[in-house]
Design a binder for this molecule. Structure first.
Ligand code: UT7
Length: 328
């Protein structure tokens, strides 16, 4: 018997940014009030970031995830009760437990389907998409909601100018469905725990107290060097797995951490600058949310069209990295 292959396709995208937009000048003024020196010129030149959004006090990752998920469902023409898997990639969950995915599931008014968080820091979305793709292809799910949502402003040290200017808050979501047509063509995930210390929030919780340091710590140059190398490797690996080449790519949507890393990857793949989707200028680095936020912006602006070949790439703490190649 010839059983048709089961593929997965993204059928809808959505995103949400908290309303407070903080320009570099506004942030630099806030830092100056704390005696920390920075400038719009430094931030733009080193990172490409011009602004980020910060969530109001009391707003949690699930609060940002909800409107992003609802927008993705509307774009897919699906009701929440048609979803049978919820995966949320986040490093800034609402609670230690239960998962932000379970909280989001309840806010969506659905119950019963599996819901869990996935922790791979800034690679979280490509990890979550890969897991959902595998679960759908093996028949464990049919219609998944895959979300990246972060309130990174909660874990920033505003006395550390080397990190606090980089990150922002936001959420992005996709609906991923079983399909006779591909969809996701290939995935490629990696981690190297030897590099835990170069990008981490080293604190822990015990006895009702935070133990140690619960703010983002980063060796920016070490992260930069590793990121440039692994992003090229993962791009080539995922293209090879799918039997495609760089010339087949319509869009590169990398994790939005630093414009220099993103442009470096595009150059290595010989992609023209206009095939690189850039939102880091307006969003900053939103960790697990950055790729679905950028994908949704590119879809809604009409740049990414049905049938386009899109390369998503993530890299971040762990050290983790990976890529997903898909026909949109
Ligand atoms: O999701 C993955 C997350 N992380 C990343 O992708 C980050 C990767 N790394 C980077 O993007 C870059 O390393 C940074 C943007 C973080 C830093 O850029 P850099 O070119 O590596 O600068 P640097 O760390 O070598 O610092 C150069 C100078 C230092 O001053 P001195 O020692 O030369 O006097 C820093 O203290 O820039 C100073 N500096 C700043 N100056 C003004 C660091 N942060 C700031 C700031 N404003 N915000």
């Amino acid at each position: 018997m010839n059983v048709p292959a089961r593929h997965t396709r993204i059928t809808g995208t959505g995103s949400f940014l908290p309303p407070r937009r903080v320009s570099n000048d506004e942030l630099v003024a806030e830092l100056a009030a704390r005696g920390i020196e920075s400038s719009d010129a430094w931030i733009v030149e080193r990172t490409g970031i011009r602004a980020r959004h910060f969530a109001a006090d009391g707003v949690a990752a699930s609060d940002l995830a909800l409107p992003a998920a609802q927008a993705a469902l509307a774009a897919a023409g699906r009701r929440a009760d048609e979803i049978d898997l919820v995966v949320v990639a986040t490093s800034t969950p609402d609670m230690i437990f239960p998962s932000t995915a379970a909280i989001l599931q309840a806010k969506l008014g659905i119950a019963g389907c599996p819901a869990f968080d996935l922790q791979a820091v800034c690679s979280g979305f490509v990890y979550a998409l890969t897991v959902a793709d595998s679960m759908i292809r093996t028949g464990s799910a049919t219609r998944a909601l895959v979300v990246g949502s972060e309130v990174f402003s909660r874990i920033l040290d505003f006395d550390d100018r080397g990190t606090c200017v980089l990150f922002g808050d936001g959420a992005g979501a996709v609906v991923l469905e079983a399909s006779d047509e591909p969809g996701i063509l290939a995935t490629d995930l990696h981690a190297d725990g030897r590099h835990v210390g170069i990008l981490c929030v080293p604190g822990a919780v015990a006895g009702g107290k935070v133990l140690g340091d619960a703010l983002v710590r980063m060796d920016g140059q070490a992260v930069f060097k590793l990121a440039v190398g692994v992003l090229e490797q993962s791009a080539r690996a995922v293209l090879a797995k799918a039997g495609r080449s760089e010339a087949d790519l319509d869009w590169l949507i990398p994790h939005q951490a630093n414009i220099r890393i993103m442009q470096g990857t595009a150059r290595k793949l010989k992609l023209p600058a206009d095939k690189l989707v850039v939102t880091v200028d307006e969003h900053g680095n939103t960790s697990a949310a950055s790729i679905p936020l950028a994908l949704d912006a590119a879809v809604r602006s009409g740049r990414v069209q049905r049938g386009d070949t899109v390369l998503l790439e993530g890299v971040g703490g762990g050290f983790t990295w990976g890529a997903v190649l898909l026909d949109y």
